[in-house]
Ligand binder design. Structure first.
Ligand SMILES: NC(=O)c1ccc[n+]([C@@H]2O[C@H](COP(=O)([O-])OP(=O)(O)OC[C@H]3O[C@@H](n4cnc5c(N)ncnc54)[C@H](OP(=O)(O)O)[C@@H]3O)[C@@H](O)[C@H]2O)c1
Length: 161
């Protein structure tokens, strides 16, 4: 099963000026906890890996990096051809951890089975967005409202409609 995991604001915003414009450690812990389940295989795009992960692999997970760069990176398996890689991983559990470009390609390819979305009840004026998913997915699980650092958010799960 292919699962996308993202935190999004009211307008589906995921980043502003290259970074997530909020500080919610509880959601970071949720991301860490969830992506260790179902086998812990996580695919990340080059920009997110460099800018958000500071080029460090996620601990206790198998890291796959989608990139056109051929330079090997310790602790990371490079993926240069997304279609071929998805075919090679057929029937395995995979987490897709962004960013915007990678989420869009997976949704457009019709490969996403589930979406783990943290909905943050705010508008950050983001300039990068999670793909439009509402018509293709249905809500199957919604958490109670959590609050941290002045933000209200829920952890929701969607399945392909
Ligand atoms: N809110 C959230 O949950 C969340 C989650 C993750 C990321 N983000 C944010 O998303 C932003 C980054 O998103 P982004 O769209 O700019 O970049 P991205 O999706 O992280 O990475 C794009 C990069 O992935 C590689 N790539 C993409 N498609 C490829 C393909 N078909 N074949 C080979 N390589 C491919 C290329 O890497 P190379 O340049 O290495 O060749 C490309 O430059 C950041 O601001 C980050 O903070 C937010």
């Amino acid at each position: 099963m292919i699962r996308l995991i993202a935190a999004i604001d009211r307008k589906r915003g995921i980043a502003k000026h290259g970074y997530m414009p909020w500080n919610i450690p509880e959601d970071e812990a949720y991301f860490s906890e969830q992506t260790k389940t179902h086998g812990g295989k996580v695919l990340t795009g080059g920009k997110t890996f460099r800018d958000t992960y500071k080029s460090r692999p996620l601990v206790d997970r198998t890291n796959y990096l989608l990139t056109r760069n051929k330079q090997p990176i310790k602790g990371v398996q490079l993926v240069h051809d997304l279609t071929a890689w998805l075919a090679s991983m057929d029937n395995q559990d995979i987490w897709i951890a962004g960013g915007a470009d990678v989420f869009q390609q997976i949704i457009d390819a019709g490969k996403a089975d589930e979406l783990y979305i943290t909905h943050i009840d705010a508008d950050f004026g983001c300039d990068q967005f999670f793909p439009d998913y509402q018509s293709k997915f249905r809500l199957v699980k919604q958490s109670d409202t959590h609050s941290q650092n002045g933000f209200n958010f829920t952890y929701d799960i969607y399945a392909r409609a």
